[in-house]
Ligand binder design. Structure first.
Ligand code: PLP
Length: 326
């Protein structure tokens, strides 16, 4: 049988490099969401940490190894969460961190990158242009380029969520995972397929940014000319071939959801779970809303993987709190 690029022992070793603050995040059955969704729902909460997303699990691994090998600098492209996490992980280890992002990225994320002391370079284009620019900087300055989802540390860090998911009870039978570049889905998916193969792994992307999902369905890299979604954390256009190969081995399905469903998911998470999620983190809930019949009677787990929003945009999406919210 073909294997992913990941290795469960390496993932366990990676876990030891991560500040415990980012580990063993809350995982609980959220009954208040269940009447609206028509199935049992467990939440894995990755927003209650200093960078408000799961991405620090990976950047902790990267930064620890760079520091251990005396490598002083690193550059990455980011829609905001990876950059913020790398800035955080690099700061205390004395690393020189450069983050390249689109000028149109979520302002709150860019502000945090700067506040954490990283050098921020903005490009007049989307995330794919930021990726090109980061690669240019790495070549020019001879520093480490961190490529999210391609570099194994980013997948191994995310995969530690999988170790925690399988260790918890009660067991769930489906996991819904936001799909961007693929570090989260391939990491968690790898662990589930090894340690809990009975769990169905479903990836979720917005209809407005479907490149990786289409690639998974066609079993070849499919790029798109544009990405148009409020879920900025998953708005890539050019899937990475090696990551797609892994995803083909670990995902049972990949589904696309509408923007209205993502917004409805944000509202449900706020009104019934008391959680401020960013749009990418509501994709799992959106998938259930779009196909209640498929999930009826099942126990789904969804990773609430980030909570970095621009307050004004968030208020626009969720509107006023609903009467009767639990
Ligand atoms: C909040 C959030 N959710 C989901 C994703 C997608 O993760 P991945 O790129 O590992 O697929 C990201 C990526 O940065 C993110 O920030």
């Amino acid at each position: 049988m073909r294997k992913t690029r990941l290795d469960t022992d390496r993932i366990r070793a990676a876990r030891r490099l991560i500040d415990p603050m980012f580990l063993d995040t809350p995982q609980y059955r959220c009954e208040a969401l269940e009447p609206e969704l028509g199935c049992a729902v467990s939440i894995k909460l990755e927003t209650a940490n200093p960078v408000r997303s799961f991405k620090a699990r990976g950047t902790e691994v990267v930064a620890s190894r760079l520091a251990a090998h005396g490598q002083p600098a690193v550059v990455c492209a980011s829609a905001g969460n990876l950059g913020q996490a790398l800035a955080w992980s690099g700061r205390d280890r004395g690393l020189d961190v450069t983050v390249v992002a689109s000028r149109h990225a979520t302002a709150a994320k860019l502000d945090r990158v700067r506040a954490l002391g990283a050098r921020l370079e903005l490009v007049d284009g989307d995330h794919e242009l930021a990726r090109d620019r980061a690669a240019d900087i790495a070549r020019r300055d001879g520093v480490r380029l961190l490529e999210d989802s391609l570099d194994l540390e980013t997948c191994e860090g995310a995969a530690t969520i999988g170790l925690e998911l399988v260790a918890a009870t009660p067991a769930f039978d489906t996991v819904l995972i936001a799909l961007g570049g693929g570090a989260l889905a391939t990491g968690v998916g790898h662990v589930l397929k090894e340690l809990a193969p009975e769990v169905e792994v479903i990836c979720v992307q917005p209809l407005g940014a479907p490149a990786m999902t289409r690639s998974w369905r066609e079993r070849r890299v499919v790029t798109t000319d544009s990405a148009d979604t409020i879920a900025d954390g998953v708005a890539g256009r050019c899937p990475i071939p090696a990551v797609l190969d892994d995803l083909l081995l670990v995902a049972d399905d990949a589904v696309l959801v509408r923007e209205e469903s993502i917004v409805a998911g944000l509202r449900l998470l706020l009104d019934h779970a008391g959680l401020v999620a960013e749009p990418s983190a509501a994709l799992g809930i959106a998938a259930v809303l779009e196909d209640r019949d498929r999930f009826a009677g099942r126990h789904v787990a969804t990773i609430v993987c980030g909570g970095n929003v621009d307050p004004a945009a968030y208020r626009r999406w969720v509107g006023a709190p609903r009467a009767g919210a639990a």
